[in-house]
Design a protein around this ligand. Structure first.
Ligand code: PMP
Length: 335
């Protein structure tokens, strides 16, 4: 949306790469091929992958930008919209990179605490965004590290009420039974981010995408580095889209395992929060973390206000069995 765009970007032209058939290509200072055509730069805006993805999402290709993970897309939003000293608002706890990216981009980061770490007081949040005069609002849905979901009507209320661009970060949405929030045709100030790193099991290729209205996508293309998604990633991304059934099968397994692990943690009185993601957030005595660590089982630990809280990714059934067994052992040793 132009209203919120940084002044410098309003008059900047996007770097355009000429993309046409050729007999001899000597326009890009590329080197000599020795390994399968990788001497060539990738197609700048990942045209084939973007078109395939658009078809799947029932969008037009010019409503999408692909990125080097959705992380890059969070930064591109800041590059396009955030002037030095302007404020980014999210809630706490939330994905720690929101704050780090904000600081890197010379912004001020303000967070609004979730009630009991899971419920968002939506009116309080809207007032907070207004009071802080935020330029960007980031809503993780499901939220990392809590796994919690904001009701859809609350998201829409936020998008409608705030005088800011809203980034709806749906990195984990496929693990929830929740309607996706891609109402970007209706709301000019909304952009949605998704990733191939979680449900599609491809964190290694670094591929994420933004859905927004065409105008906003045009602005993001102005601040994006040319060729940001490499050739190998574009190929793997296309392959992933041809294998949807693998993804849906994995999602079903993870959801089932999440409920099994949740029941186990509840039995052990570790009070996991309900999660719409591929992880569980819970509170535990430190000896549990230490015992897992000693067995080379890694789970995510937090410092500061989240001391004593842990985030456990849902693994394969075999991996989850190993975690369950290790926690049982600690509990048995205690009693
Ligand atoms: N958003 C959230 C909420 C995340 O948890 C993560 C990764 N942990 C990301 C975005 C970034 O994902 P990626 O860059 O791999 O797409």
């Amino acid at each position: 949306m132009k209203k919120y765009l940084r002044e410098e970007i309003k008059n900047l032209n996007a770097y355009e790469v000429i993309n046409r058939d050729y007999r001899v290509k000597l326009d890009a200072n590329e080197g000599v091929d020795w390994i399968g055509g990788l001497n060539r730069y990738p197609v700048d805006r990942s045209d084939k992958l973007r078109e395939a993805l658009a078809e799947k999402l029932d969008k037009s290709p010019d409503e999408l930008v692909l990125g080097n993970g959705s992380s890059e897309l969070i930064e591109l939003m800041m590059k396009a919209y955030l002037e030095a000293g302007e404020t980014v608002v999210s809630f706490s706890p939330s994905f720690s990179m929101y704050k780090i990216f904000t600081i890197i981009h010379k912004g001020k980061y303000e967070d609004y605490p979730l009630d009991g770490m899971e419920r968002l007081n939506v009116d309080g949040f809207i007032d907070f965004v207004k009071e802080k005069k935020a330029k960007l609002v980031i809503l993780g849905n499901p939220n990392n590290p809590t796994g919690t979901l904001i009701p859809r009507e609350d998201i829409l209320k936020i998008v409608r009420s705030v005088d800011a661009m809203v980034i709806l970060d749906e990195a984990y949405i496929e693990f929830s039974n929740y309607p996706k929030g891609d109402d970007t045709r209706e709301f000019e100030n909304l952009v949605v981010l998704r990733t191939f790193s979680k449900a599609r099991g491809l964190a290694g290729i670094r591929l994420g995408y933004m859905i927004a209205n065409k105008e906003t996508i045009g602005y993001i293309n102005r601040v994006k580095s040319p060729y940001n998604v490499n050739v190998l990633t574009q190929e793997m991304g296309l392959k992933a889209l041809e294998n949807d059934s693998i993804t849906s099968n994995n999602i079903e397994i993870i959801k089932r395992e999440r409920e099994r692990m949740k029941m186990f943690l509840e039995e052990k009185e570790l009070k996991p929060l309900s999660s719409g993601a591929n992880f569980l957030f819970f509170k535990a005595p430190k000896n549990i973390f230490d015992a897992l660590w000693d067995k080379d089982i890694l789970i995510r630990k937090f410092g500061g206000e989240l001391e004593d809280y842990y985030r456990l990714t849902i693994g394969t059934p075999e991996e989850n069995d190993i975690v369950i067994e290790a926690i049982e052992e600690v509990e048995n040793a205690r009693s």
